[in-house]
Design a protein around this ligand. Structure first.
Ligand code: HEM
Ligand code: CU
Length: 564
């Protein structure tokens, strides 16, 4: 691979080092470990998360093999509990958050024309402490009952309800590994959130007023405020749990006057906004990809910003819709039903604006756009089952059933994972300098959509028929057999799709077509520099006069800036 020179405007050329890093492997490793460059840290976050995606996906497959037929004994009940705990915890904390932080790290400085994040060293610290969390959580397989007994891991479900996590019910150390891992991860997330907020508001290039910030940095800033407000209580309640377990405090110990409901409040004050911590970046990707592939500017930019910030605020006031069956006052039930439904207003605005952006556009159906369109449909359906669950009377019937599992996977996979795939297809050329293969991309997309719907559409029905979540097996006479069989098959189809995708990523890294600086004919600043961008991002510090600076440069006869 030879080095390449690209013109980057204003008569300047940039040379990018495309050869594998020079020096011995030790020097290369040292270079990555000590880096404070936002792009390298971004790549490390994404790689770390993709490894855990495969791990957690494997755990999901084990769960689905166990449930493929009644009275199966593939996994013991104990192993089953560990698998769903590790799957859920891993997907949320070691896949979802790091991959989204990775994209934020990589893209936010580039999109606002900065040379790095505001605090590069804090950035490296956040990455390393978050990855420490992953190691710690998985170390519990070995160290959970002391080094002698391997094969243990937390079995407390990803929400770790009190008082089952107290020493009396959860002996050994698996719960401690879980709590300390979440705590370490929380510290990393809070550091990154502070960094993103400072970067978006203090590091913008010349001319980038608040109303010209691309939507992605806007949404990342909103998401970061949510992290500050939501992850802090989560981190605090891990400390309380450890105090309970080791120093005889009684925060959650009901036997000694503590309150288990306190844990539920703490957890869901984090847990609900967490959904938006994960979904706002997914929205952010859609905001960038849909306009470029529709050849139209995003419809209603100010409304998009306002709706996103509004969603952020509302999401902080709805946490107890996870607690309807805990027994609240009827005022509580009514309040949390209504506040939950309120979210549909700003979400509806966003959805209509995406549709209005596509409407009448010259649409290009390349892989990033395919995933985005599927996201739009799936997001709407997930919202509809969410509204059903927010009605407290319905919720009493469906709580802790597979209907809930189907609903939240519609959000987590159908919206968030789909948009993560879209983002990888869209920005991979920028990050690596090479295109992903379109044919393999199409295979990945279609198998993923089919697998997703076979799994999660069908999963609503055992839920409606009363199948509870987190049961390791079931009786053959409940009418759930065929449904569970189909759900498991769908899971395997998704696994195949993801393997194709992994192959594509590796293969294209060596063999993919050259991307050039701007393969999608896009508008934002990250495409105004070489692919991959040089260490300093921009040869000349950019200056912008509109929301679509690259459009202005490419179309001097019809620039956006003329209309501002
Ligand atoms: C191919 C994709 C996936 C499949 C087939 C799958 C399957 C499953 C299954 C079978 C369960 C167990 C339900 C139970 O018995 O309670 C589960 C739970 C869960 N999954 Fe997934 N999953 C997938 C992807 C994801 C993703 C991407 C996320 C998050 C980003 C996620 C988050 C969770 C959570 C939070 C739980 C709850 C764990 C618990 O009950 O403690 N899953 N999943
Ligand atoms: Cu919620």
């Amino acid at each position: 691979m030879a080095d390449q020179s690209y013109p980057v405007g204003q008569g300047v050329e940039v040379t990018v080092e495309r050869s594998p890093a020079r020096g011995t492997w030790l020097e290369v490793v040292h270079d990555w470990i000590t880096t404070v460059d936002h792009k390298k840290l971004g790549i490390m976050y994404i790689a770390y998360a993709l490894v855990f995606l495969l791990v957690a996906g494997f755990e999901a497959m084990l769960i689905r093999i166990q449930l493929i037929k009644p009275h199966n004994d593939f996994l013991s009940p104990y192993t089953f509990n560990r698998m769903f705990t590790m799957h859920g915890t891993t997907m949320v904390f070691l896949v979802g958050m790091p991959i989204l932080f990775g994209f934020g790290n990589y893209l936010v400085p580039l999109m606002i024309g900065a040379r790095d994040m505001a605090f590069p060293r804090l950035n490296a610290f956040s990455f390393w402490i978050s990855s420490f969390a992953g190691l710690l959580l998985y170390y519990s397989f070995i160290g959970g009952v002391g080094l002698s007994g391997t094969g243990s891991a937390p079995d407390i479900a990803w929400f770790a309800y009190a008082p089952l996590t107290e020493k009396a019910f959860s002996p050994g150390h698996t719960t401690d590994y879980w709590a300390i891992a979440i705590l370490a991860n929380g510290i990393g997330s809070i550091g990154t959130a502070i960094n993103i907020i400072a970067t978006v508001f203090c590091m913008r290039c010349k001319g980038m007023t608040l109303s010209r910030i691309p939507l992605l940095p806007w949404l990342y800033a909103t998401m970061s405020f949510l992290v500050l407000v939501a992850v802090s209580p989560l981190t605090a309640c891990q400390a309380m749990l450890l105090l309970d377990r080791y120093l005889g405090a009684h925060f959650f110990d009901t036997q000694a006057g503590g309150s288990a409901i306190l844990w539920a409040h703490f957890f869901w004050i984090f847990g609900h906004p967490e959904v938006y911590v994960l979904v706002l970046p997914a929205f952010a990707f859609a905001n960038e990809i849909i306009p470029v592939f529709s050849r139209k500017a995003i419809f209603g930019y100010p409304a998009m910003v306002a709706a996103s910030v509004g969603i952020g605020f509302i999401s902080l006031g709805v946490w107890a819709h996870h607690m309807f069956t805990i027994g609240m006052t009827s005022f509580g039930n009514a309040f949390f039903t209504l506040s939950t439904m309120l979210v549909s207003i700003p979400t509806g605005i966003k959805t209509f604006n995406w549709l209005a952006t596509i409407w009448g556009g010259k649409i290009r159906f390349e892989t990033p756009m395919l995933f985005s369109i599927a996201f739009l449909f799936q997001w709407v359906i997930a919202g509809l089952t969410g509204i059903m669950l927010s009605v407290s009377a319905w919720n009493w019937q469906l709580h802790n059933s597979y209907f809930v599992v189907a609903h939240f996977h519609y959000v987590l996979v159908g919206a968030i994972v789909f948009m993560i795939f879209a983002a990888i297809y869209y920005w991979y050329p920028k990050i690596t300098g090479r295109m992903l293969d379109e044919t393999l991309g199409n295979w990945h997309f279609w198998l993923m959509v089919i697998g997703f719907h076979v799994t999660f559409d069908v999963m609503h029905f055992p839920g409606l028929l009363g199948m509870p979540r987190q049961i390791y097996t079931y009786e053959p006479d409940r009418g759930w057999n065929t449904l569970n069989f189909i759900v498991s098959i769908g899971g395997f189809i998704q696994a195949i799709a993801i393997l194709i995708f992994v192959y594509n990523m590796v293969h294209s890294y060596f063999r993919g077509d050259d991307a050039g600086p701007d393969p999608w004919d896009a508008w934002t600043l990250e495409w105004a520099t070489a692919s991959p961008p040089p260490v300093y991002n921009f040869a000349i510090e950019p200056e912008v006069a509109s929301r679509r600076p690259l459009w202005d440069r490419k179309h001097p006869e019809d620039p956006d800036s003329a209309f501002e």
